[in-house]
Design a protein around this ligand. Structure first.
Ligand code: 13P
Ligand code: SF4
Length: 362
């Protein structure tokens, strides 16, 4: 019988840390802990490997551990399940750790969009569906079935180029900002990247707009990254003209255009770490990452500032706390699996096609 979570809910942080360490020792190489860069510090420190979504997908595909414990959000644990071998088990320590952006698109709405586009275009011949990895497995499966592909924030430009090599148009979901920025990098004019509002008939677009579009952008966004705005960059530049600005491509177009560098979480960390001693950075991404990076580069005299005026944390990823991690690991150490993430086989098959296209193309 699994130990219920109630027995862990009131553990002090220090007790939870000690029990994580003890359970990990018992599990040895049977378990690997993967941690996304936004994970809170008291969990991140236990990760065997950390990374952005692309790196973590590759690690999950290569792992030989029986248990892949994903300290991230739901779609990441789904990807680990899809890309790992059937006997491996993917675990998300708190099932409530979702992604609000991923929830902005669902299969029913994407299917309706596809049908509405089909009334105007020969969709199967002219549109490649591209889903950001921040999406549910059934949307990845939709892309797999319709000649489409998955992308992450670190390979979106390359993946769009792949998509255009297949067909002349792209339907991109759920993050409009990543789609717009990546399309812009390929030289596509903003006017040819209209936004599809899934709550309006025909996405709120006219037949002419649909025909003229190169990329149709889903009306989705990240609630964390939408907090970053261009005036924050302008104020920083006025105060520190020598300072540098780096932003995640989930930020809006104005922010990305005003930044010196735009990149995934892994890129942000690498670029700041590789910059010359004494550089001052304004960073537009989630707070846990920014605070950790600021501490790491402080000894080299680098100053890392957070772009937001408010606390911008990924509140869903934040749910994975030491208590939930200790609970999962202790159960695993006694052979009990809790919080398994298992994608139904028919979805997993097609989602894997779209993910493997991405891994091959990036
Ligand atoms: P990365 O792939 O850059 O880690 O981004 C994941 C994410 O969810 C950012 O909000
Ligand atoms: Fe999703 Fe935004 Fe959290 Fe990334 S930061 S996992 S996009 S809610």
């Amino acid at each position: 019988m699994p130990i219920p979570f109630d027995a862990f809910a009131d553990l002090s942080d220090a007790e939870a840390q000690a029990r994580i360490r003890a359970a990990r020792e018992r599990l040895g190489s049977q378990a690997v802990i993967l941690g996304h860069h936004y994970q809170r510090a008291d969990v991140y420190r236990h990760a065997d490997f950390t990374g952005d979504s692309l790196k973590l997908s590759r690690l999950a595909a290569q792992s030989t551990a029986r248990y892949i414990v994903f300290c991230g959000v739901h779609f990441m644990a789904e990807v680990a399940d899809i890309l790992s071998r059937p006997e491996q088990i993917s675990i998300l320590p708190d099932l409530a750790a979702g992604c609000s952006m991923a929830d902005m698109a669902n299969l029913a709405k994407v299917r309706r969009c596809w049908q509405e586009l089909a009334a105007v275009l020969d969709v199967e011949e002219t549109v490649t569906p591209v889903t950001y990895i921040n999406s549910s497995a059934d949307l990845k499966a939709f892309c797999g079935e319709h000649g489409g592909i998955v992308c992450t924030s670190s390979n979106a430009k390359k993946i769009l180029a792949w998509a255009f090599a297949q067909r002349e148009k792209v339907l991109f979901f759920p993050d409009q900002h990543l789609g717009r920025w990546s399309g812009h990098q390929l030289g596509i004019p903003l006017a040819q990247m209209p936004v599809w509002n899934p709550d309006l008939p025909n996405g709120g677009l006219s037949v002419e707009e649909i025909r003229a579009a190169k990329i149709i952008l889903w009306h989705g966004y990240c609630s964390v990254h939408q907090m970053f705005q261009k005036p924050q960059i302008e104020r920083f530049r006025a105060q520190y003209p020598e300072g540098k600005v780096i932003a995640h491509p989930e930020c809006n177009f104005e922010v990305c255009s005003a930044a010196d560098v735009v990149g995934s979480t892994e890129t942000i960390i690498r670029v700041v770490k590789e910059s010359p001693p004494g550089t001052r950075w304004l960073v537009g991404t989630e707070l846990n990452l920014v605070e950790r990076l600021a501490e790491e580069v402080k000894p080299e005299g680098k100053i890392v500032q957070f772009m937001g005026g408010l606390v911008c944390m990924c509140s869903t990823m934040q749910r994975i706390d030491p208590q939930h991690l200790a609970w999962c690991l202790e159960n695993l150490a006694q052979g009990e699996v809790v919080n398994r993430i298992e994608v139904p086989p028919h979805e997993a098959r097609n989602a894997k096609i779209a993910l493997e296209r991405m891994l091959a193309a990036s």
